[in-house]
Design a protein around this ligand. Structure first.
Ligand code: NAP
Length: 333
């Protein structure tokens, strides 16, 4: 495993983190608690010491599973738990709320579910236009000063929103979507975080499974699986993305004797400014592939070949915008 330090802290985290959205079950077709706990223990055995969760993942279920897994294993001080704040849910529908009162309530709920007395990295999940960013930031800074959280993060924020946040609080981490097929942050967020020296926890490095190489044209998703409404998984785009995956797999084999999944995660880790990739495994066996992604680098020629494949195969690229929860009326409106 590769390790690196979170900016402005002494946390030496693994560059591959365990993501636990799917482990929460909601929007991923359900979950199995024992299998999920075994997955987290397998991640720890493989040297992964950073676990990302959120209250909204399974409406508390993911945090509870993470809490049980860490309590069973012990050594709380050897793991870094990243969770989030600022989304609420009513009858299965999710809305944003980053107000002071909401954050104060949520931090206690998360600590209870996680069975912990501090959170290592506390991240505002989505910007909330109905609350002044400074109010959110000041509340996060207060939690930090009180020792309830050990690093402050934001997720899905633009550079302008981060600037506003940093006028009222320290900021250590940023969590944006990033993978071979979703590179919007190249334009603004990545240059910004490099300049400000913030740590980046990149989510969706496997593009919700698309970049694992295991999907076929007739792969079906059932229940509440979000990929039923993910535009990348619908015709005609699905065929284009699968064609890209096939060509990337061929390239990885030819150049390195590797698999497309190795190449996809390595590509994320090699991008300047990226701290860690959040790997959404929910079965222990899925973590076998982690070894193929660490301790090597892509050369410049291969990176150029990757870009060429993407240009030639994907006629209508589309981002992950479909995942954004509804926005609220702006404070200034
Ligand atoms: P991801 O890691 O790109 O992909 C997860 C998918 O990869 C799952 O469908 C899983 O398959 C599949 N997978 C993993 N390892 C595999 C293997 N070895 N072989 C075959 N398939 C494999 O996407 P993600 O879960 O959306 O993102 C990762 C994490 O980022 C989340 O868990 C969460 O912690 C975080 N996240 C944050 C935000 C945010 O707004 N801040 C948004 C999204 C995600 P199965 O379905 O078959 O298990």
């Amino acid at each position: 495993m590769e390790y690196t330090v979170i900016s402005g802290t002494e946390m030496n985290v693994s560059r591959i983190a365990q993501g636990t959205w799917a482990i929460g079950g909601w929007m991923w077709g359900g979950t199995d608690e024992r299998e999920s706990i075994r997955t987290i223990h397998t991640a720890l055995d493989k040297g992964i010491n950073l676990i990302d969760t959120a209250p909204v993942y399974g409406f508390g279920v993911s945090e509870e599973i993470v809490g049980k897994a860490i309590e069973e294993r012990g050594h709380r001080d050897k793991v870094f738990i990243a969770t989030k704040v600022g989304l609420e849910w009513h009858n299965g529908s999710v809305s944003r709320n980053s107000s002071r009162d909401r954050i104060r309530k949520e931090v206690q709920d998360s600590l209870r579910r996680l069975r912990m007395d501090y959170i290592d990295i506390y991240q505002v999940h989505w910007p909330d236009s109905a609350v002044p960013i400074e109010e959110t930031a000041r509340t996060m800074q207060a939690l930090f000063k009180e020792g309830l959280i050990r690093a402050i993060g934001v997720s899905n924020y633009s550079p302008e929103q981060m600037n506003q946040f940093m006028s009222a609080s320290e900021l250590h981490t940023v969590q944006p979507p990033y993978n071979l097929f979703e590179r919007q942050i190249d334009r603004d967020v990545l240059p910004y975080v490099r300049e400000k020296n913030l740590s980046v926890l990149a989510y969706g490095p496997l593009c919700r499974g698309l970049l694992t190489g295991t999907m076929q044209p007739d792969t079906k998703f059932t229940g509440d699986d979000l990929r039923q409404s993910d535009p990348k998984f619908q015709p005609p785009r699905f065929a284009q993305y699968l064609n890209a995956v096939q060509q990337l797999d061929d390239l990885a084999h030819k150049r390195y004797g590797k698999h497309v999944m190795d190449l996809a995660v390595r590509w994320v880790l090699d991008q300047p400014g990226i701290t860690a990739a959040l790997w959404g495994a929910r079965h222990p066996a899925e973590l076998e592939a982690v070894a193929g992604a660490v301790d090597w680098n892509l050369d410049a020629d291969t990176r150029a070949a990757v870009d060429q494949i993407l240009r030639e195969t994907i006629a209508n690229p589309i981002g992950p915008e479909f995942m954004a929860p509804p926005t609220r009326n702006s404070v200034s409106a």
